[in-house]
Structures are given as C-alpha cells and as structure tokens.
Design a binder for this molecule. Structure first.
Ligand SMILES: Nc1ncnc2c1ncn2[C@@H]1O[C@H](COP(=O)(O)OP(=O)(O)OP(=O)(O)O)[C@@H](O)[C@H]1O
Ligand SMILES: [Mg+2]
Length: 313
C-alpha cells in the first residue's frame, strides 16, 4: 500500500470548527472569520465543472503547501496576507477588504480566452494569434467577482475604474504587482521544467489603503501549468499542450462517466482518488523540488490539535 490509499478513510470533507468564527464555505476551503483574521482551512474536496465531486487524500495540505511556498518566494515582490501556518492544511491570514476583481494574468493564448475569443471585452486585439501561442509580454484579463453561482464577468481596466471597483492608482499598483508575481512564478517554474501559463490573483486593502495579495497563489486551482519540454514541437504541430492541472480528472470524467457538469454526481472509485492524490504530490515535488512528507492519519484530529496548541481553539 502507498500513503495515498492509506489516507483514503481520513480525508477532510468539511472542517467543522464553529468555535473559530463565522464560516464562509468555498468549494475547497472552509474560512472562519473573526475580528481582523481569517482561519482558512483547505479541505480535501475536489471540484470539477464547478461541482464538488469527491475528496482526494492529502489534497488540502498539498495545495496549501504550494500557497505557502509561493507566498514565501514572492514576499519581496508584494506583501501577502499570511500571518501564521499552524498546520500544513491551515493558514491564518490578515482579514482585509477584498477588491472586487480577479486579476487574471496570461502568458499564452489558451483556455477560455482562446475558445471565446472575447479579447475585445478587455480592450485587447489578439486576432491573428494561434492557439497556445506565447504573448511577447504577459497580458491582464481582469474579471469582476460575482456572487456565488454567477459567472465572473470579463471587464476592461477603464471600465473597472469607471464603475469604481478600483481607483486608477490602485489599478496601476495591482497591475504592477500581478505582473511582478507572474514573472517570478514563470521564472521559477521554468527552472523546474514547467511553464506557468496563466493564473489569477486577488487583492485586499487595509485601513490605511495599503494593498496586500490575498487568497492563494500559483496553485493548480488558480493556475494552469504546462510541461515545458516539447512545447515548441507541440505548438508547431498544432497539438494540445501537456497539462499539469485538473485536466487529467476532467478528461477521466468525460471518458469514464460521460460527465460534464450536468445530471447526477458520478461515483469516483477509490483507486482514482488515490491516483489523483499521487498527481498532486508529484506536482508539489516537481514545483518545489522537495518530496512532500505525507503522514497518513486523521486529518481533522491533526488540525484540531495544532489549532489548540496555538490557542486558536
Ligand atoms: N485575506 C483575506 N481577507 C478577506 N477576504 C479574503 C482574504 N483571502 C481570501 N479572501 C476571500 O475569501 C474567499 C475564500 O473563498 P474560497 O476560495 O474558499 O472560495 P470561493 O472563492 O468562494 O470559491 P472557490 O472555491 O471557487 O474558490 C474568497 O472570496 C476570497 O476573495
Ligand atoms: Mg477561491
């Protein structure tokens, strides 16, 4: 047996620590706010096509480890919201006023931008480019942050300012931060044999007006990675790139379950869950250069113990 199968009975579906504060449950994280801090617990939930379908062993701690890794690596580019990491699956963060936009940075034309060819919504003209082609300079394709259940809407920088979602000065600042973080991410990914293709950042403002990077960064939930080796050849032949994100699972769902987000939730076999866990662990290994130390056991009990010993509970 491997640690991934051993961990199958212990995955964390819901954190369930009401004493930590007011709960906001995202698809993947359970966020408990109180006063000026949020305890963010990354669960093992796996979503695809906007539905939570199963849990994956160690997924929460693997994703959270990546966020910690990247925030540490980029802290000289911009201040981030991390205050404490009491457990590999948990962040305690500074609670800030979020700016109501998602800052998407793209190094390549692919995904929804390629499919929808809606670049005019961002005030850009990308006609004449080929699928998966690299931009000379990364581009910004911001979107509004909509309420749960609604899709985020593309928006141009001038419209963002006009609607009062950010000031012109804030736009200038977050653009520079986003491009700086992305450059750092691309540079590191390249050393590890990967391409950071695109990603999404969120920002918060404190009472003095200072801007901080919030949420998660450069995780496979917020970013797209490709394998660098063979990019040129695949691009030249018009073949799809090799992905290191959730595409593997999406394709399994379509192939084995004919599932694309509609109808009853499909059953996910334990072997597939364990295999997915292996993929997440591999991604962390590849990106950080270190093999994550995964110890099978009751995740919730481990988190509870850590929160108690740091007096959050
Ligand atoms: N430091 C922070 N201060 C205030 N809000 C934050 C901070 N960091 C993140 N947030 C917000 O907290 C929420 C975290 O939610 P989470 O990512 O768990 O779920 P979601 O974004 O609603 O859905 P999804 O699961 O699709 O990501 C987001 O709305 C994010 O903007
Ligand atoms: Mg989120």
């Amino acid at each position: 047996m491997d640690p991934f199968h051993d961990q199958l009975p212990y995955t964390l579906k819901e954190a369930d620590f009401p004493a930590l504060g007011q709960l906001y449950r995202g698809k993947v994280r359970d966020n408990y706010s109180r006063d000026d801090r949020i305890v963010m617990i990354t669960t093992d939930r796996l979503s695809a096509f906007d539905r939570v379908l199963t849990t994956v062993p160690f997924k929460g701690e693997l994703l959270n480890r990546l966020t910690v890794f990247w925030f540490e690596k980029t802290k000289d580019v911009a201040p981030n919201h991390i205050l404490d990491v009491p457990d590999p699956s948990v962040l305690v963060v500074r609670r800030l006023e979020p700016l109501a936009l998602e800052m998407v940075v793209r190094g390549y034309i692919t995904g929804s931008l390629w499919r929808e060819k809606n670049w005019q919504d961002y005030g850009l003209d990308l006609s004449g480019m080929k699928k998966d082609q690299r931009f000379d300079q990364p581009i910004l394709t911001p979107s509004t942050k909509e309420a749960v259940g609604k899709h985020d809407q593309p928006i141009s920088p001038s419209e963002l300012v006009k609607r009062g979602l950010v000031t012109q000065r804030q736009w200038g600042e977050i653009s520079a931060i986003a491009l700086g973080l992305f450059a750092k991410g691309q540079e590191w990914a390249k050393k590890r044999g990967l391409i950071l293709v695109d990603t999404k950042y969120e920002f918060g403002v404190d009472k003095t007006g200072k801007i901080w990077v919030i949420d998660e960064i450069h995780t496979p939930d917020s970013s797209r990675y490709w394998i660098a080796e063979g990019y040129d050849e695949r691009f030249g032949k018009g073949e799809d790139q090799k992905m290191l994100d959730k595409e593997f699972f999406r394709q399994w769902l379509i192939r084995e379950r004919s599932y694309q987000g509609e109808g009853p939730l499909p059953q996910i076999p334990d072997d597939v869950r364990a295999q997915l866990a292996g993929k997440y662990a591999e991604l962390v290994h590849t990106l950080t250069g270190e093999k994550p130390d995964l110890v099978p056991g009751d995740t919730r009990a481990r988190i509870e113990k850590a929160l108690k010993s740091r007096k959050y509970l």
